[in-house]
Ligand binder design. Sequence first.
Ligand code: GDP
Ligand code: MG
Length: 164
Amino acid sequence: AKPIVAIVGRPNVGKSTLFNMLVGERLSIVKDTPGVTRDRIYADVNWLNYHFTLMDTGGIEPETNNQMLRHMREQAEMAIEMADVVMFVVDVKQGVVDADYKVAEMLRKAQKKIVLVVNKVDNFDKLMPDVYEFYNLGLGDPYPISSIGKLGIGDMLDEVTALF
Ligand code: GDP
Ligand code: MG
């Protein structure tokens, strides 16, 4: 069976943008309103000699009572359970926020193979100092990418596929 790679992270970090970019189609809805991906969306991706199923999820917002956010969290937890590798996406523009630590903790407990993806690094020269801040999550090397600018994608996918 093909490995399953799940994209998880807080709402609005760019998960669906990344998903669409990797799939090469706009299958997933991208919106400035956080949390528009209500359910899991799948697509097959071929990268060099690797074939895997990519899964987009609604954002994980830890410890919330809001019904929609709770539903998204459940979807994300289910995706994590199913996944062989988890791409944990964070946002360089927002920096490390408290919810990122909570999601990181949840992923560590799930004992999944994790690639820490720092999105929205649209300018590598300028924003790299902000990327290093994500070492604080304790998940190893952060992989800087720009889903819109298509930067850093090759290095990130090399790491993802190395974990299969
Ligand atoms: P999701 O909620 O995590 O699925 O996030 P979306 O994919 O819906 O994106 C949320 C917002 O971030 C949208 O306005 C995107 O255009 C924007 N975005 C996504 N990727 C990038 C990126 O690489 N750079 C910048 N500057 N904005 C991005
Ligand atoms: Mg989304």
